[in-house]
Design a binder for this molecule. Structure first.
Ligand SMILES: Nc1ncnc2c1ncn2[C@@H]1O[C@H](COP(=O)(O)OP(=O)(O)OP(=O)(O)O)[C@@H](O)[C@H]1O
Length: 328
């Protein structure tokens, strides 16, 4: 469904080009959820926004391959791009007020989207909007369709945004920190709803989060990003139980202290990520890695395969695994 090969995204608007995504390859099948995790600035959101082509055209260079449901995403333009957004791929955000227009009722926005993209008449679009509100379990759906976004609670707004995102039956749902701003009890409800919708509708889903517990709850696989690259990828089980990249291990190391509990943000790791305008020739994590050697600094590490689903870009995975064996 989603096929990324060597995707690169460079922003050219500033004094120096910023390489926010460097050679990302990732596949997501129908009915599968992949969580992207990593520190702030690692390129998770840029990867997602590229899949919807939301970057400023003139100041962004994109390279490599991005195919979604057979479409060449980087080549889409005009009508084809407008149809692609919503009908093939759609996105939910941390802040629903970014996706919902404050001056229209939520119902009007869903009806408008259905009329424009699906060619439904007003009555049919209203019926569909009502069904969508029921699907995302908004109580008193008829009344809530007539509400403005600011009249809804945070959790209801999130559900309304999910309904809007699903209105035109997309095949790919991109979720960028969809629960971060919510209370713990509402978070779990939204995560469970997303999981259920994703399974029932057979959606491919990419889920960006800082919260490993949330990733464990909703994802089938995880991809760990660092400085614009995927440094490790595997099933949730593989990454949690047998991480092999020193960065993943550092992220997970405090799990004995509850890092796996939902709502726990990623632990802070000493040092800071590299400047994306001046990336080093070798492994970008080397400057912060206890195992780094000259070879790490000289060239990009190749991916090492541990199972058909598990790989890491590191030349010291054996020492890294041994590091993990030492109790925290
Ligand atoms: N339009 C843009 N122009 C220039 N730089 C940008 C642009 N958009 C993002 N960046 C830079 O790209 C890098 C990656 O950002 P991105 O938002 O993908 O990180 P992230 O991993 O999603 O972090 P967070 O978890 O904080 O959202 C950051 O350094 C950011 O400043």
């Amino acid at each position: 469904m989603v096929h990324l090969r060597d995707l690169t995204v460079t922003f050219t608007g500033g004094s120096k080009p910023v390489r926010a995504v460097s050679g990302v390859s990732l596949d997501v099948r129908r009915g599968e959820t992949v969580a992207l995790i990593g520190e702030s600035g690692s390129g998770k959101s840029v990867t997602m926004r590229t899949l919807l082509r939301l970057h400023p055209e003139r100041r962004t260079q994109m390279g490599g391959t991005a195919r979604v449901a057979g479409r060449d995403v980087l080549a889409l333009s005009g009508r084809a791009l407008a149809d692609y957004r919503g009908k093939v791929a759609s996105m939910i955000f941390q802040e629903p007020l970014l996706a919902l227009d404050p001056v229209y009722t939520v119902g009007a926005q869903i009806v408008e989207s259905l009329r424009r993209h699906e060619g439904l008449d007003r009555a049919a679009a209203h019926q569909r909007a009502l069904a969508l509100f029921e699907r995302v379990r908004i109580p008193s759906p008829e009344r809530r369709l007539a509400a403005y976004p600011h009249e809804m609670s945070g959790g209801m707004r999130q559900r309304a945004m999910i309904a809007l995102a699903l209105a035109c039956s997309p095949q790919l749902l991109l979720a960028d920190e969809p629960t971060t701003a919510l209370d713990a009890t509402v978070q779990i409800q939204i995560l469970l709803l997303l999981r259920e919708l994703q399974r029932d509708l057979g959606l491919a889903c990419i889920f960006v989060t800082h919260d490993i517990g949330a990733a464990v709850e909703v994802a089938d696989r995880m991809a760990v990003m660092y400085a614009g690259r995927i440094v490790e990828e595997g099933t949730v089980r593989e990454l949690i139980h047998t991480p092999r990249h020193p960065y993943t291990i550092a992220l997970l190391q405090s799990r004995a202290h509850g890092a796996m509990a939902r709502g726990t943000p990623l632990p802070t790791i000493a040092g800071s990520p590299p400047d994306l305008a001046a990336l080093p020739p070798g492994c970008a994590f080397a400057a912060r890695c206890a195992l780094a050697s000259d070879a790490c600094r000289a060239a990009q590490p190749m991916a090492v395969q541990f199972s058909p689903t598990h790989q890491a870009r590191c030349i010291h995975t054996e020492q890294a695994a041994a590091m993990l064996a030492v109790p925290a």
